[in-house]
Design a protein around this ligand. Structure first.
Ligand SMILES: Nc1ncnc2c1ncn2[C@@H]1O[C@H](COP(=O)(O)OP(=O)(O)OP(=O)(O)O)[C@@H](O)[C@H]1O
Ligand SMILES: [Mg+2]
Length: 360
């Protein structure tokens, strides 16, 4: 457990963090959010002992952090900093391996670990290991920053706007990916963001800061249903119902999806479409290619594959790890009333229906 008790930070007479107290339990995903300059990064830096507190106490595992040896802290805490901060003269692999090297790991162990982490963050090690930071896009660099923070398998992760430089679509994908990773790894995470949607999506508990003071510390559900005053209400914004959808997993709302192979004669579909409004069309490997409805029966095409309306699963489908909010946005973009759920290869697993979203 990480515990802050009455922690204060004063820079040259100005108070940046003001009597801050909160606990982060083991395995919790704590998101700190608040306007620019409210003291988020300063709080992370104090937990990491990069800067000393001006007052108060921070403990990790019940022990005052000032009593830890630097190396003990480094092993326990992974830190992804706000500006990414990759070392420009080191390759991606060397950047990821920095802390393991400091801890004296054997070379082959570092190489295996680095490869594994890059893969986990969807950066092909064969392509990315030897690249230099200047050869990466902003989003790739941030993913390398996250891999580096995870390198020595620390029990605590401090992440300062790790997805800040990433476009909204990649960002949503990374959030999904990160939520999945966290389900497996069960780290204790303190995560800073400006983005309330990101906070609601990822957090087990959210801390809202204003001018260095804690305004509310609660679960995303309670913050949305019981915001502590106008500041929080305004911070959350108006579309609370939509935001709630980002906490619901597509996997939990998936229904069985009717489908037909593209090579099947159109008559087979016709019988089915007497009772159901539409039918997914899949290839030999079960990959979604499109759908059929009654309108598609009017032409003279012989097979389901030739008569269907095409659909690209990469833009129209969701995975079991997606959220209902993503499913809804796919439906709206594509003008469809249900979104196919596919596995990593695009094979149809089921579907999310508009009526189930409205009910949720
Ligand atoms: N090293 C420093 N010296 C002096 N003042 C500082 C220093 N670091 C931070 N501050 C001040 O402390 C306050 C809090 O800064 P901090 O970086 O923690 O904000 P933040 O919440 O992370 O903001 P942002 O969302 O913009 O990253 C700001 O007013 C900032 O100017
Ligand atoms: Mg900051």
């Amino acid at each position: 457990m990480i515990s802050l008790q009455q922690v204060t930070k004063v820079f040259a007479g100005r108070t940046a963090v003001d009597g801050l107290s909160f606990d982060v339990e083991d395995g919790e995903f704590c998101v700190i959010i608040g306007p620019s300059g409210c003291g988020k990064s300063t709080t992370l830096r104090m937990i990491n002992r990069l800067i000393p507190v001006s007052g108060g106490v921070i403990t990790i595992g019940g022990k005052d952090i000032t009593t830890y040896r630097a190396e003990e802290l480094r092993r326990q805490i992974g830190y992804a900093i706000q500006s990414v901060g990759l070392f420009p003269h080191m390759t991606v692999a060397q950047n990821v391996g920095v802390v393991p090297r400091l801890l004296g790991w054997h070379q082959t162990r570092i190489r295996d670990r680095t490869g594994h982490l890059l893969e986990m963050l969807n950066l092909d090690p064969g392509i990315y290991s030897a690249k230099y930071p200047r050869q990466l896009s902003g989003g790739e660099a941030q993913r390398v920053g996250v891999a580096r923070a995870l390198a020595a398998d620390p029990s605590i992760l401090l992440m300062d706007e790790p997805f800040g430089a990433i476009d909204p679509i990649t960002r949503e994908a990374l959030q999904t990916e990160f939520a999945r990773i966290q389900k497996e790894l069960r780290k204790t995470i303190v995560f800073v963001t400006h983005d309330i949607d990101e906070a609601i999506r990822l957090a087990t508990r959210i801390i809202i800061l204003r001018e260095g003071k804690l305004v509310q510390h609660d679960t995303p559900e309670n913050i949305m249903t019981n915001p502590a005053g106008r500041f929080v209400t305004e911070f959350i914004g108006t579309d609370r119902a939509l935001k709630r959808l980002s906490r619901l997993g597509a996997g939990d709302y998936m229904k069985k999806a009717p489908s037909i192979a593209d090579s099947e004669p159109l008559q087979s579909a016709a019988r089915f479409l007497l009772e159901h409004p539409y039918l997914w069309v899949v290839d030999r490997n079960g990959r979604v290619l499109g759908w059929l409805d009654k309108n598609d029966l009017e032409g003279a095409e012989p097979t389901a594959g030739l008569a269907m309306s095409c659909l690209d699963h990469r833009t129209a489908a969701v995975t079991t790890e997606s959220t209902l909010k993503e499913a809804l946005s796919r439906m709206v973009q594509q003008g469809i009333r249900s979104a196919p759920v596919v596995d990593r290869k695009g094979a149809l697993l089921g579907e999310i229906r508009m009526e189930d979203i409205l009910e949720a």
